[in-house]
Design a protein around this ligand. Structure first.
Ligand code: PMP
Length: 288
């Protein structure tokens, strides 16, 4: 079935959803985006995603050509037009059509694109067995180059690390920052558990401040679990009791091996499983 795509100011057929080859989003990865879930017909954490989108845009001096309410309305229209009650939304704002130079200010009209589709998940059994991952040699972008908090269209840093993972036959890789501390995975945030305490790197370590991450921190605290944001080393990952990743698409997924070191007993640990379940219920239950 062909999708209806939001393009600039209206819904168009997928085949007509085209942008210029001079769009700086294409030429330079100049733009911002969000990946958002829909659970039970409701857009999950919409406010937080819209807020992050506008902040990402502000950081790169990109004007979003509509207000927050108007954007929320466009998202709603797109999900309804495609009959998506459980799925995934990709919200993109490109710099717009310019010329072959870098100057973003010659681009007159930034382009809003909204795609609502089914979600491609990791296979269900991976959540049961847990996943194997590796450390990427590719260093996360220096925060003074491109801040990780700004979710921009230039994902080459992450893609190169993802290739490292895929070359080694695993789906994800941990990225370290220029100081050697854990930043994040290529598309997810990183958590470890040691002696019952949950640790995750601070956003300043080069991590996107994930919306799933923030919710998982809140859910853990509600369970009386201490959560500490601090710099983590590769060694910390090697010797932790539990390791898990969080993200809009992955939700909460356990990691059972990194760089050939078994984590815990080699299956997702109790705190990982509990937080996965809490998150799962929160996401679905809240939307009822
Ligand atoms: N880090 C990166 C690099 C990501 O692309 C994502 C997914 N958007 C995340 C972390 C997780 O963020 P969120 O929970 O907001 O999806």
């Amino acid at each position: 079935m062909s999708l209806k795509i939001w393009l600039s100011d209206k819904l168009v057929d997928e085949k007509d959803a085209k942008i210029s080859v001079f769009d700086h989003g294409l030429l330079y990865g100049d733009g911002v985006f969000e990946g958002i879930r829909i659970y039970n017909g409701e857009v999950f954490e919409l406010k937080a995603h819209i807020r992050r989108l506008y902040e990402s845009a502000k950081a790169i001096r990109l004007d979003i050509p509509m207000g927050k309410d108007e954007l929320a309305n466009a998202i709603k229209k797109t999900t309804e037009a495609n009959n998506i009650t459980d799925g995934y939304i990709r919200l993109i704002v490109t710099r717009g059509t310019g010329n072959l130079g870098l100057n973003p200010f010659v681009c007159k009209d930034s382009v809003v694109i909204i795609i609502a589709d089914k979600i491609q998940l990791y296979p269900e059994e991976l959540y049961e067995t847990g996943m194997k991952i590796v450390s990427a040699a590719t260093v996360r972008n220096h925060p003074l180059a491109i801040p990780a908090q700004s979710k921009n269209l230039n994902y080459l840093n992450n893609i190169i690390a993802k290739i490292e993972a895929l070359d080694k036959g695993v789906p994800e890789a941990i990225m370290y920052n220029h100081q050697g501390y854990v930043a994040e995975a290529t598309g997810d945030n990183v958590f470890i558990v040691r002696d019952g305490i949950v640790y995750t790197p601070p956003a300043e370590a080069g991590a996107l401040e994930g919306i799933t991450r923030n919710l998982v921190i809140k859910l853990a605290k509600e369970q009386g679990i201490q959560v500490i944001e601090k710099n983590l080393t590769r060694f910390d990952l090697y010797v932790c009791d539990e390791l898990f990743l969080t993200g809009t698409a992955a939700e909460v997924i356990g990691v059972v091996e990194i760089d050939g070191r078994l984590i815990g007993q080699g299956t997702p640990g109790p705190i990982t499983k509990m937080l996965r379940e809490k998150f799962f219920n929160y996401a679905r239950g809240k939307s009822k």
